[in-house]
Design a protein around this ligand. Structure first.
Ligand SMILES: *[C@@H]1O[C@H](CO)[C@@H](O)[C@H](O)[C@H]1NC(C)=O
Ligand SMILES: *[C@@H]1O[C@H](CO)[C@@H](O)[C@H](O)[C@H]1NC(C)=O
Ligand SMILES: *[C@@H]1O[C@H](CO)[C@@H](O)[C@H](O)[C@H]1NC(C)=O
Ligand SMILES: *[C@@H]1O[C@H](CO)[C@@H](O)[C@H](O)[C@H]1NC(C)=O
Length: 204
């Protein structure tokens, strides 16, 4: 006689467990297939996210939602309101902020900047192409890259002077991790291009 009650209790407990959790929700920007030798894979009007980025976020305890390209500013504002951070992945694209992942990164960057100017902060992680696109968004769509040859070298980070006082990331970073980053060769560098302009991400 009590069985249905007990089952209902267990079910509501399990449902609560599933619904209430504090795992951050991270949006990953999608991108179109860019390289011509992959043309045979190119589906019309479609975009992709490399599985490794989803796996990396999930392995770190986060949940992933896709964030599409070529959408309106309202779409990206809605996304920023609903996720805890954005990851801009590596890959390839035209450096043109009017379409594709260049456009979505540019939108998200400026919304995050407004959030920051309002006294809050919104994290964006750019990896490889993603980092270049954040840089391009920060200087109004210009292409700041020049050729260089810096492959397979491990280096410590060299911060711009105001980085530590302005940056949320560096301000709150544990001292031991900061010291490792600034003094030991722990960053992997594989560059064919370098930026000749200073990245204006002082609010990161
Ligand atoms: C791609 O999108 C455009 C604009 O929305 C549409 O006109 C076109 O039919 C689409 N192409 C395919 C193959 O779905
Ligand atoms: C986004 O727009 C660009 C340029 O119009 C187009 O090449 C690309 O296929 C579009 N992407 C999607 C997913 O529709
Ligand atoms: C960027 O793309 C837009 C729309 O496709 C085009 O009109 C413009 O000429 C492009 N800009 C550059 C610098 O290629
Ligand atoms: C970086 O951005 C800040 C705030 O938007 C601006 O005041 C500053 O001039 C910019 N610095 C550079 C080097 O563009």
């Amino acid at each position: 006689m009590y069985l249905p009650v007990i089952l209902t209790l267990i079910l509501s407990f399990v449902t609560n467990l599933t619904i209430c959790n504090e795992r951050p929700v991270i949006g990953i920007l999608t991108q179109e297939v860019y390289w011509s030798y992959l043309n045979h894979l190119k589906p019309y009007n479609n975009s992709y996210i490399a599985a490794s980025y989803v796996k990396a976020i999930e392995a770190s305890g986060g949940r992933v939602v896709p964030v599409f390209t070529n959408r309106t500013t309202e779409y990206y504002m809605d996304v920023v309101n609903k996720v805890n951070g954005i990851l801009v992945p590596g890959g390839g694209c035209a450096f043109n902020i009017s379409f594709g992942i260049s456009q979505s990164t540019n939108e998200v960057f400026h919304i995050a900047k407004r959030v920051n100017d309002g006294g809050d902060h919104f994290p964006i992680l750019g990896i490889c192409l993603g980092f270049e696109l954040l840089l391009i968004a920060s200087i109004g769509g210009k292409n700041p890259l020049t050729c260089c040859n810096s492959n397979n070298v491990n280096l410590p980070l060299n911060l711009i002077p105001t980085m530590e006082e302005k940056s949320m990331l560096f301000k709150t970073m544990p001292k031991d991790i900061r010291n490792i980053l600034l003094t030991e060769p722990v960053t992997a560098n594989h560059h064919k291009y370098q930026s000749i302009m200073m990245l204006n991400l002082s609010f990161v």
